[in-house]
Design a protein around this ligand. Sequence first.
Ligand code: HEM
Length: 500
Amino acid sequence: MDFLSGLAIVLISIVTIVYGYFKYSFGYWKSRNIPHEEPSFPYGNIKGFGTTIHSSLCIKRIYDKFKPTGAIFCGAYFFARPVAIILNLNFLKNILVKDFANFNERGFFYNEEDDPISAHLFAMDGDKWKELRAKLTPTFTSGKMKFMFPTVVEVGKRFKDCLIDVVKENDELEIKELLARFTTDVIGTCAFGIECNSLKDPNAEFRKYGREVFGKPRHSPLAGVFLGGFKGTARKLHIKNIRDDVSEFFMKVVRDTVDYREKNNVNRNDFMDILIKLKNQKGNDKDKITLNEIAAQAFVFFLAGFETSSTTLTFCLYELAMNAEIQVKARQVIQEAYEKHGKFIYEMMLDMPYVDQVLQETLRKYPPLANLNRYTKNTYKVPGTDDVIEKGTPIIIPALSIQRDPEYYPDAEKFDPDRFNSEAVKQRDAMTWLPFGEGPRNCIGLRFGMMQARIGLVTILNNFEVSFGPKSTVPLVIDAKSAFLSPEGGVYLKFKPIQS
Ligand code: HEM
């Protein structure tokens, strides 16, 4: 047999085995009599990542098909992996809150030994997660937010100056990248105590790595599925999750920052300060955190903190350009608050409920994490049915689908901040608004995320009128390649300075 014939046989065998494996896996939900859609090779039912449709929109299609049948959950496939999509709000509450102990993991891969920066709060499992979450929770109290508020407002002022400069050159701006530079500088200052300078320099290192960590991940989505499914094996094989250059950059920044602060006794009331105090506190080792753990947490605060808030603001400005009367009302509320408080202080931020409603409605229509993930630790009997969800099954909570469900939000495509006045909120099940997740594993940075989004929005609306221009894409298109919900190709808007 010549080399080419041998190679052909090997290739055909591999394709046959892979195809056979997919065929076998694709029978999973059918054999259990669970409502599901026929999957197709190789994506299953949930595309996204490099295809033409974002995964959350595939999931919405499945949700819209099966929820009216009254099913509590339905099955789908992410590549060959069976996943359960939750359709019922009471069942959702069981998973996120009541039976949390059985669903307290996301099932993502991390490798503390070989890749310490990957062992952060978002990925971690088990008791380690529980202990770390308890240690980090005091970092995000309202008291801590009040301390950090002036620092974020300072970055807001630099953002305003940057916008004024850019608008002088061209009044139609691509706002998504500018907002990412703003939130990168905010989070860099608060998580690392470092002036990242990305507002001044679009190619500053923090912005560069922020862009690359999502844009050029270490593994392909298919490899990600393998790693999530075979975490133990992957760790034994010393597989890492974060790219070496990214990891080295953040490790060095944290090492240098901790070193400098400890030597010079620097106190800045930011996340890094709190993390250093946890490292150095008296008591047993269990209560402390290591330098590697500091680096991993600062890293996740950075990742979770800049993209989510900047895309929220991007979508928000798009909707405000579309709905001019809502923009005018929000600006009026901001101007009245300035008149009442004199300057932008913490109390003023809390005195603009309509601005919060605008952001809450944005997060309803465009939750940056469009789905929440949980992992079934032990086989779970679905209440009120004979069905079970087997140990090891990934759970998808379709936040975007629920938040765009007309049963909960009539005329769901309409942007209407009045849905979030206090009366309307009281009428709705809390499980219908999930942009920050829910239960003990919800977003730990919720207060900080809202704070920086409010400061960004107040800065823009108080200084500029925002409208569509010739380059604006209406309606906007969701980027299929992005893990977050993000507009494809950015968002172009016209900025007209307001004379004060
Ligand atoms: C608008 C801004 C933000 C949004 C929409 C958002 C959304 C989310 C969501 C949906 C989750 C998963 C919740 C769940 O599974 O139930 C999450 C988790 C998390 N977020 Fe945020 N986030 C935002 C800002 C931030 C900020 C500013 C930080 C840090 C400074 C942060 C840090 C985290 C961390 C560490 C977790 C993992 C928590 C855990 O597993 O215990 N987030 N976020």
